[in-house]
Design a protein around this ligand. Structure first.
Ligand SMILES: *Cc1c(COP(=O)(O)O)cnc(C)c1O
Length: 437
């Protein structure tokens, strides 16, 4: 057993000196990220090297344009950095062309729309309710407001994307763009099938691998790169980089997509993010990262099976990737109740609709959990068993009508203490501890 670690706060001494108000917030967040089991599947722990690059003086430079073709002077180092980052992304993903400037995943998708469809034209994507992202044509998003959005879904029988429906809708509505890729979907996406459908109807197929890009980089999820025209991703989820976005594409789309990012949508790139991303892409090429990605999937699979053993009902019956969607209906709690009870118990996730949910989005039937962050701090299959146990305990506590509020709160606190004892054995990458600050 490793000796327990105490989070400390020396690496932001200068903030502490100048702005204790902000410093104390960061310090408390450092403590929270250490002491809780973080199951939000889109979150992670970036390494100290990624954090340092992201927090560096690269934030001081304006560099509108692309390497060797900028609108400001003084780009000697920025050009080098951006080219290095692009080359590393090409190596990791095998892409023809990469743009590392999108500020995040949503702007990356927005740039794709800007490049490939006129307002009012038809686009297609997986509905939010079935695990798609807002930016895939949801009516509250600009993608659903400015374009004629057709949404496909998953099958009720097995929770899998309804590829027959995708094909028939695509044939009927002839979209300019078909988005595939997910934000709350526990199964592999068949990118080859999407590519074939796109070809059949003359649509550009865009794979949004925001959640799974770390898994794709490591080869534990099939890659869309050989099949589809355009791939977008965030850089801060399973890829474990800084917050940012990336667009990868075939040569023929390079020019129009680059122009859509700049000057179409954005101004100067966030060079400090590019620096952090370049570091993350170096990390992603290591054997260690491949092992990490495999362990994410193993942990998710073990956790899914442990939960099923304890009577939890999982959307699609399990998982192929890093993510698990739990339908809590049979446990007598709602997603919101469970998410809040878990948080009080030191386990952080988000409430989420499950496909065909009869409950509203603000208090749906399910929760969404994932293993990228806990795997980064070294949790393995033994910890998955303990986690499933705690989740069962919390569901029982929350649904037990005989408990009064203060007894329940006390019981959550006891779980949170056990959780923290476990977390003390697993210092997380990037966080500040006595030993290394
Ligand atoms: C997270 C996510 C995004 C959006 O990324 P932001 O960086 O939050 O803008 C886009 N698409 C998918 C599929 C996502 O999961």
């Amino acid at each position: 057993m490793q000796s327990p670690v105490k989070p400390t706060f020396q690496f932001i001494n200068s903030i502490m000196e100048y702005d204790p108000e902000v410093a104390s917030i960061i310090k408390a967040e450092n403590q929270r990220q250490h002491a809780k089991i973080r199951l939000v599947p889109s979150e992670n722990y970036a390494s100290r090297a990624v954090l340092e690059a992201t927090g560096s003086i690269m934030t001081n430079k304006y560099s509108e344009g692309y390497a060797r073709d900028r609108y400001y002077e003084g780009q000697q180092q920025i050009d080098k950095l951006e080219m290095l980052c692009v080359e590393r992304a090409k190596t990791v993903f095998g892409a023809d062309h990469v743009n590392v400037q999108p500020y995040s995943g949503s702007p990356a998708n927005q740039a794709v729309y800007l490049a490939l469809a006129e307002p009012g034209e038809t686009i297609m994507g997986l509905s939010l309710a079935d695990g798609g992202h807002l930016t895939h044509g949801d009516k509250v998003s600009i993608s659903g407001k400015h374009y004629n959005s057709i949404q496909y879904g998953v099958r009720e029988s097995d929770g899998s994307i309804d590829y027959d429906q995708v094909e028939s809708l695509a044939k009927k509505f002839k979209p300019k763009i078909i988005f595939c890729g997910t934000t709350a979907y526990p199964r592999f996406v068949d990118f080859e099938k999407f590519a074939a459908i796109g070809k059949e109807v003359g649509a550009v197929v865009v794979a949004d691998i925001a959640h799974i890009s770390g898994l794709v980089a490591a080869g534990v999820h099939p890659s869309p790169i050989p099949h589809v025209d355009v791939v977008t991703t965030t850089t801060h989820k399973s890829l474990r980089g800084p917050r940012g976005g990336m667009i990868m594409c075939k040569h023929q789309f390079a020019d129009v997509l680059d122009k859509a990012v700049f000057p179409g949508l954005q101004g100067g790139p966030h060079n400090h993010t590019t620096a952090g991303l370049a570091v993350a892409l170096k990390e992603a090429q290591t054997e260690e990262f491949k092992k990490y990605a495999r362990q994410i999937v193993t942990n998710a699979d073990v956790l899914a099976k442990s939960l099923i053993k304890r009577g939890f009902s999982l959307s699609s019956g399990g998982t192929d990737n890093h993510l698990i969607l739990i339908d809590l209906t049979n446990k007598g709690v709602t997603g919101r109740q469970m998410a809040k009870a878990l948080d009080a118990s030191g386990i952080v996730c988000n409430f989420n609709r499950i496909p065909f949910d009869k409950r509203p989005a603000m208090n749906p039937s399910g929760i969404r959990i994932g293993t990228p962050a806990i795997t980064s701090r070294g949790f393995g299959i033994n910890e998955m068993e303990r986690l499933a146990n705690w989740m069962e305990t919390v569901a029982q506590l929350r649904s037990d009508e005989s408990l009064n509020l203060s007894d329940r709160k006390m019981a959550y606190k006891n779980v949170a203490k056990e959780v923290k004892d476990l977390c003390d054995q697993f210092p997380a990458p990037g966080l500040c501890y006595d030993s290394d600050c």
